[in-house]
Write a protein of this length. Structure first.
Length: 217
């Protein structure tokens, strides 16, 4: 079982969009996926599951105190991938998730205040010595902010995904229906971005799916 944590102390960075999008892509490859929704105030991933017609992704509400227990349950239940979706402004949960994860993804919107907040997240994650990367989200279609932000992180020695998630309506439209962009419009630009981001984090985290039926086939 592999565990990914999507962490940012700043809200509105696209954490749940990534968590649900990655979950859908992994299930398409035959993985058993669990999302641990640690946001006890908004529970966005849980809302997404309630709106979803398919029952292929399991979402579990969890607080920081029971996070280790729910991770153990997911492992016992033969999950291939657990994705921890963390809330904003909760250092304890972010730290616990980072400690539990095999790989951490930090989404950041390339705006001055967002970047400043995410720098604190990067500092926090580095203390856990867990591999991590940054992904740029809600990127505007014009301007140099994305290039400048990526260059700034690169100068700090931070891995930045080549893929960028742009400011597209398909992300919010899909979420409202309990879908990922790859389901909402499989040929759309948002779908292409989501598949590419998933492929990158899968490679960076060395995630492979070894289902028993595939091993014994």
């Amino acid at each position: 079982m592999r565990t990914w944590a999507i962490v940012s102390q700043k809200g509105g960075q696209g954490k749940t969009t990534l968590a649900t999008g990655f979950a859908v892509e992994a299930t398409r490859e035959g993985a058993a996926v669990v999302i641990l929704d640690t946001d006890d105030r908004q529970g966005t991933a849980s809302y997404w599951e309630n709106a979803r017609q398919a029952d292929d992704v399991t979402v579990v509400n969890t607080g920081v105190a029971v996070l280790p227990l729910n991770l153990a349950k997911a492992k016992k239940g033969m999950a291939d991938l657990v994705i921890i979706d963390t809330p904003a402004n909760s250092r304890d949960i972010a730290t616990e998730a980072a400690q539990a994860a095999d790989f951490i993804l930090i989404p950041v919107v390339p705006r001055a205040f967002d970047i400043a907040s995410v720098l604190q997240t990067v500092k926090q994650v580095r203390q856990e010595d867990t591999p991590f990367a940054v992904v740029l989200s809600m990127v505007k279609h014009t301007g140099s902010e994305a290039e400048d932000t990526a260059a700034s992180f690169a100068r700090m020695g931070v891995t930045v995904l080549t893929t960028r998630l742009h400011d597209r309506k398909d992300y919010s439209n899909a979420a409202a229906l309990g879908q990922s962009p790859t389901e909402y419009d499989p040929k759309g630009k948002a779908a292409i971005e989501m598949r590419a981001a998933y492929a990158e984090i899968k490679r960076l985290s060395e995630f492979t799916i070894n289902r028993l039926d595939k091993v014994t086939a």
